[in-house]
Write a protein that binds this ligand. Structure first.
Ligand code: AMP
Ligand code: MN
Ligand code: MN
Length: 345
């Protein structure tokens, strides 16, 4: 009787590498054979979403100038407008023929493409590239790498190094900077830094990108940050903190969701806090909820239970109803997780 020999670890790694190389080649071939290519990220685009969309757009435009490529994405914050071709982003859904190829970036599920999801559904071929571990994989070809810091990091690995221009590198570097909190979060790995190093070699202006897109705040952004901190409340014996920004306050300051970047991170670093929660009212009774944790709470589990998603230490969802009920529902789950951890040896 023929007995199949178990593969050694080295053989297994070689087989996995070969499989991955095949998939990388398939990715490149799908781009080569498509005439019209559409790209989307998620709603309320963040740095990784914008960086990955524009990085891929510039990569295709630089290397295949004859292709028709479009990025369909909600409007992006002004601070990202320095990225090449940001002015070519299409933010209005239109009646257009199906794309040959549609690529979803940084979307944990197809619905996160919002009003552009229809383009993905109707496209001839589809690809999904993402790093959310809640992503179950969708599309004809999916690269889901939960251990990657960012979608931009995955993209660097899929591109041919010699074909990455400075403009493409700047977009991808911006995405990595944002999703790692400037190489600080625990999602920063050796590979993250190696990929960032590769991009640096392309002439990326790191200081400008980090200062202008990550740390810089307008006067109004600082004011709302101050208000959110002053009005924050501790729960669960100081192990949870929350702050709520109402529609009225946002209208008063004339700010939108993107102006709230960084507030949740400041709440999270409060001494003793294990879980931070920031809610802002998108419209009356509808809240965008952001959660961040230190070590003990898996916020993606909580976000997932309310129809959202994300990562263990950074997750979000949209919730409806009275803010008190929303906070209590979340606090209950945080408490449950914390009590479980407290009992651990
Ligand atoms: P945020 O708090 O919006 O910065 O989001 C933190 C993380 O959770 C990001 O990786 C988001 O992609 C993810 N996330 C936020 N909101 C949602 C949602 N409604 N559905 C799925 N994932 C989300
Ligand atoms: Mn994102
Ligand atoms: Mn991301």
């Amino acid at each position: 009787m023929f007995v199949k020999r178990a593969l050694s670890a080295a053989e297994e790694k070689k087989a996995a590498d070969t499989l991955n190389q095949d998939r990388v080649h398939t990715f490149r071939r799908m781009i080569v054979r498509a005439g019209r290519i559409g790209i989307s990220g998620h709603e309320r685009p963040d740095g990784d979403c914008i960086g990955s969309c524009l990085g891929l757009f510039n990569y295709i435009k630089d290397n295949y100038p004859d292709k028709q490529v479009e990025v369909n994405l909600q409007p992006i914050p002004d601070k990202f407008l320095f990225l090449k071709n940001s002015d070519r982003i299409c933010s209005e859904p239109r009646e257009i023929p199906p794309y040959d190829l549609y690529i979803a970036l940084d979307c944990s599920e197809p619905e996160r493409m919002g009003e552009f999801y229809g383009y993905f559904e109707q496209a001839g071929e589809t690809i999904c590239i993402d790093h959310h571990f809640t992503n179950e994989g969708f599309g004809d070809l999916a690269f889901i790498e939960p251990e990657a810091s960012s979608t931009c990091e995955i993209l660097v690995g899929l591109m041919e190094e010699s074909r990455i221009s400075q403009a493409c590198a700047e977009a991808l570097y911006t995405g990595i900077v944002h999703d790692t909190g400037v190489f600080k979060h625990t999602n920063t790995s050796r590979r993250t830094l190696e990929m960032a190093g590769l991009l640096l070699d392309k002439g990326v202006n790191t200081e400008m990108i980090i200062d202008e897109t990550f740390f810089k705040k307008t006067y109004l952004q600082n004011q709302i940050l101050g208000r959110a901190l002053i009005e924050s409340i501790l729960l669960l014996d100081g192990r949870m903190i929350f702050s709520v920004i109402s529609r009225k306050d946002m209208d008063f300051y004339g700010i939108d969701s993107a102006d709230l970047d960084g507030i949740i991170d400041q709440l999270r670093v409060t001494e003793k806090v294990e879980c931070a929660l920031l809610m802002h009212e998108i419209e009356r009774g509808t809240y965008k909820v952001s959660m961040r944790s230190k070590d003990k709470v898996d916020v993606s589990e909580i976000a997932l239970s309310f129809g959202g998603g994300g990562h263990k230490k950074a997750a979000g969802c949209t919730m409806y109803g009275a803010k008190r009920d929303i906070i209590m529902n979340i606090a209950e789950q945080v408490e449950l997780q914390l009590s479980g951890k407290d009992e651990e040896p």
